[in-house]
Design a protein around this ligand. Structure first.
Ligand code: GLP
Length: 266
């Protein structure tokens, strides 16, 4: 292990022994305690700040942050995910507008390009802290009369079920690493180009109709993804073999320069 990795591990041990919100010792003191140069220590701390494990506040010190939220890859709603963790979900509807689907959205939602689509931009919070920014698209015919206030502090999946009698039964989701752009950074209250996860989810109802296409940007400093690993056979049996994806769910394509790239599935 390199010196910086080793230092990072030792600072992580220290973080785990401290309560959330406590400050770690000063760089001078810590470099002495760990017997490493201040340069090595600073690089290790920088990495932990980038990973969201530490929060550096200028002038006052470097503090232990809340542990990341372990996000299982299941078809659950944001509201359920947060409640299961004992957190209070809330949601601010930033915009609701009607757009015509156009070619790409039409393909995703399996409608004609002229179809009217409700587009809702929502900021998702847990215990009052920003977590994700979501842009939801749903054909208007499925949610007639849906208004901006309906989704304020409300689960979309619950609303679908209660008011429109639509139950989400299956879906497909892709996940890609990304960084926040200017708008996302401002709304999430994080620095520009903060690492984030881009989730794109398409779901279907019990009757097989495509209900929504959602593009969500989740804070990379607050989330980690967890997935159960099952032997391939057991998994195929459990899900009824996946036709579209490779066994590991990752698609690889070659770009125009001949490099191999992980690419999003359309
Ligand atoms: C997650 C998914 C979204 C989905 C949402 C529903 O955040 N990434 O695709 O629309 O859950 O959550 P809720 O029912 O709380 O609105």
């Amino acid at each position: 292990m390199g010196k910086q990795d080793d230092t990072r591990e030792r600072v992580l041990d220290l973080i785990e022994s401290l309560a959330v919100g406590r400050a770690i010792p000063s760089e001078r003191q810590l470099s002495q305690e760990l017997g490493v140069s201040r340069l090595t220590l600073r690089a290790a701390i920088d990495e932990l700040v980038r990973d969201g494990r530490l929060d550096r506040r200028h002038g006052s010190g470097t503090f232990v942050t809340e542990p990341k939220i372990a996000q299982p890859l299941t078809l659950t709603s944001f509201t359920d995910d947060m409640r299961r963790r004992g957190m209070t979900p809330s949601s601010r509807t930033l915009d609701l507008s009607l757009v015509s689907a156009g070619a790409r959205l039409a393909r995703r939602l399996q409608v004609s390009p002229e179809e009217r689509i409700v587009r809702v931009q929502r900021l998702r919070l847990a215990d009052g802290e920003t977590m994700a920014l979501e842009v939801l698209h749903v054909p208007e015919t499925l949610v007639p009369g849906l208004a901006k206030g309906d989704l304020e502090n409300r689960s979309f999946y619950d609303l679908l079920q209660e008011r429109y009698e639509i139950v989400i039964a299956s879906g497909t989701q892709t996940i890609e690493p990304t960084v926040t752009n200017e708008e996302e950074s401002a709304l999430l209250g994080v620095p520009l180009h903060t690492p984030a996860f881009l989730f794109e989810r398409t779901t279907r109802s019990e009757s097989g109709r495509t209900v929504e296409f959602v593009r969500s940007v989740y804070r990379g400093d607050r989330y980690q993804l967890v997935t159960e690993l099952l032997p391939r056979r057991a998994r195929s049996r459990a899900r009824g073999e996946t036709a579209a994806l490779g066994g590991d769910g990752i698609t690889m394509t070659a770009d125009s320069f001949g490099n191999r790239n992980h690419r999003r599935k359309e």
